[in-house]
Design a protein around this ligand. Structure first.
Ligand code: UDP
Length: 324
């Protein structure tokens, strides 16, 4: 019997590379696909020498073809930080919409099960707290985040349509803020921003008054949740995230303590449509997948800090965004 074979799009990205590791460890053959617009080959360098791993440099918003059998597909290709959406809005829209359409067609062709990466951004700036899967969201379609939020909402709709009309086996994960090694230092997200600033001896930039909240999940917990969802028979959206909620001010204090930096906190304007509060209700994941996060923030932040500390000075100083 040949190994089970899985296609992972966005394989050179933060989550895609960790998923590739996980499925290699589970004994799968992994086909990684990425156009490297936000991904980085160094995240999968260690996999390139394995015969169980192959890589295609391809943009999935164009027709997708891979020869041979494919049992599973994980669609994780997408820019995923607010800075990215601002710099590459059209690609963000295309990969979530056209890319998802191509991969659903590809899944039909291969008779494969597909899991698509959705996001807590489908809830927009949420009017209910914490957010459960039955909440429909509060999204500004024409704001700066609309290109991501609406692409992901369309992605969910078309994925569900392929499930109901074509009987395709589909899964939808709504991912809340996740962190860990291999995050891009210059992706503008709050954790790499704060740790990068601390390591370079710069002040930490708090957007707005810092009272907005987020709930941060360590990557290994998220990967476990995705693995369980893929193996389940549940076609509706499932939140995966860590419900431990903090304000951005508290988060900055934790980073200061962790890094020992003596830099100050400075305030910058709050970006438009920045959600005021975000915390997953994970009742559904607990009930259906028997899943809940295991890594607390102190432990996860230490692992992540050690990773960023190990980067070369050139990488650390690459503050300019790569689309500048
Ligand atoms: N943020 C901040 N300083 C930064 C980067 C982000 O205060 O240097 C804030 C941002 O305004 C948001 C939160 O941190 O309220 C999380 O931002 P991130 O971009 O990481 O992800 P989001 O959850 O907004 O998609």
């Amino acid at each position: 019997m040949p190994n089970k074979r899985i296609l992972i799009t966005g394989a050179a990205g933060f989550l895609g590379s960790h998923l590739s590791d996980r499925f290699i460890n589970e004994g799968y053959d992994v086909v990684g696909m990425d156009n490297l617009i936000t991904g980085d080959m160094k995240n999968i360098e260690h996999l390139m020498k394995l015969k169980e791993f192959e890589f295609y440099n391809h943009d999935v918003s164009k027709y997708v073809h891979v020869s041979g059998h494919i049992d599973y597909i994980l669609h994780f290709a997408s820019p995923a930080s607010p800075i990215d959406y601002l710099k590459i809005p059209i690609q963000t829209l295309k990969v979530g919409s056209l890319g998802t359409h191509n991969l659903l067609g590809f899944a039909m062709e291969k008779k494969a099960r597909i899991l698509v990466a959705s996001t807590s951004e489908v809830y927009g700036d949420p009017a209910i707290h914490p957010q459960n899967e039955d909440y429909w969201g509060n999204v500004n379609p024409v704001g700066p985040r609309g290109v991501y939020d609406e692409a992901k909402r369309f992605q969910e709709a078309i994925t569900m349509a392929y499930h109901t009309y074509h009987g395709l086996e589909t899964r939808i994960v709504r991912i809340f803020n996740t962190y860990g090694p291999r995050m891009r230092l210059n992706d503008g997200r709050v954790l790499p921003a704060f740790i990068g600033q601390a390591l370079r001896g710069e002040d930490l930039t708090i957007f707005g008054d810092g009272s907005q909240t987020r709930s941060f999940c360590f990557q290994s917990d998220l990967i476990e949740g995705i693995y369980r969802l893929l193996m389940s028979d549940y076609p509706y959206p499932v939140n995966i995230g860590n419900p431990s909620e903090i304000t951005i001010n508290q988060f900055a204090e934790e980073i200061i303590k962790l890094t020992g930096t003596s830099q100050k906190l400075i305030h910058k304007p709050l970006p438009q449509d920045d959600p005021k509060q975000r915390k997953p209700d994970i009742t559904r994941a607990k009930e259906i997948l028997g899943w809940e996060p295991k890594v607390d923030r102190a432990e996860g932040l230490k692992i992540t800090y050690d990773y960023f500390k190990g980067l070369s000075p050139e990488e650390l100083n690459k503050t300019a965004h790569r689309f500048d």
